[in-house]
Design a protein around this ligand. Structure first.
Ligand code: HEC
Ligand code: HEC
Length: 200
């Protein structure tokens, strides 16, 4: 991490994390999430990073877990229970809290396929009917409104999400991703997940 980013992270941490009038309410409430999602929500094992994620997206996913629409194995196993009794106003407060934390990139993809991933991300593959991810997720994969930030999520998480849509999990009506992801082959998924894990 560059020195200036480190100071920014420390500053944000001091501002939002430990004490203070965190809008997410008390720290016990946040700890209910961070014991799986890692310190400051930076992700841990199979639980993805929440730090820096778009707040509207976090809320929409909590609704999907709660309503059992997001139904992949880890969603069922971990998040159905974690959201069963979460009231919408608490979900909103937690979403806003995690969104303000500076995200750290996982940097854990395969370097050799990152350049290929970047090309697919920016340009798509028109002859294979693969759309440019850039059009919705933004030039730096930072997301907008309820479209999530992808930059810096972990390789394994990105890969499993892209594979699982193709397998029919989490087929939210109206979401573009089941169709988008089902056009991707294993090679494109590997390249995209690698590239995105390095984006900061
Ligand atoms: C027991 C572990 C556990 C707990 C507790 C937990 N999570 Fe999760 N969470 C996970 C796992 C694992 C996933 C990934 C699910 C998947 O891959 O399908 C996840 C996924 C998510 C996602 C989707 C993120 C994305 O990028 O799509 C959100 C949002 C989320 N959790 C929010 C929360 C919040 C808020 C809390 C606290 C109220 C919480 N989680 C508590 C394990 C947990
Ligand atoms: C038409 C707009 C659109 C395009 C194009 C698009 N996405 Fe998405 N993407 C979304 C939306 C909206 C979501 C929110 C999740 C949902 O559908 O429930 C999402 C979610 C995701 C997620 C889940 C992130 C998380 O935290 O779990 C991944 C990964 C993803 N997109 C990857 C891609 C990739 C890779 C491409 C290009 C091949 C792409 N998307 C193209 C709109 C788009």
């Amino acid at each position: 991490m560059k020195q200036s980013n480190l100071w920014l992270a420390l500053f944000l941490f001091a501002l939002f994390a430990p004490s203070g009038p965190v809008r997410a309410g008390d720290n016990d409430e946040v700890r209910n999430c961070t014991w799986c999602h890692g310190t400051s929500g930076q992700g841990y094992m199979v639980a993805p990073r929440l730090a820096g994620q778009r707040p509207q997206y976090i809320e929409s996913q909590i609704r999907d877990f709660h309503d059992h629409i997001r139904d992949a194995p880890f969603s069922k196993q971990y998040m159905w229970g974690a959201t069963a009794a979460l009231q919408p106003d608490r979900a909103r407060a937690l979403a806003q809290y995690f969104a303000t934390i500076e995200p750290k990139p996982a940097n854990d993809g395969n370097r050799a396929s990152a350049a290929r991933g970047r090309t697919v991300y920016m340009e798509g593959i028109p002859e294979a009917n693969i759309v440019a991810c850039y059009a919705c997720h933004g030039p730096n994969a930072e997301g907008v409104r309820d479209i999530p930030r992808l930059g810096g999520l972990s390789y394994a998480y990105l890969r499993s999400r892209l594979e699982q849509w193709g397998q029919g999990y989490h087929s939210t009506p109206g979401s573009p991703m089941p169709v988008v992801a089902s056009q991707l082959g294993p090679e494109e998924i590997e390249a995209l997940a690698s590239y995105l894990s390095f984006v900061r």
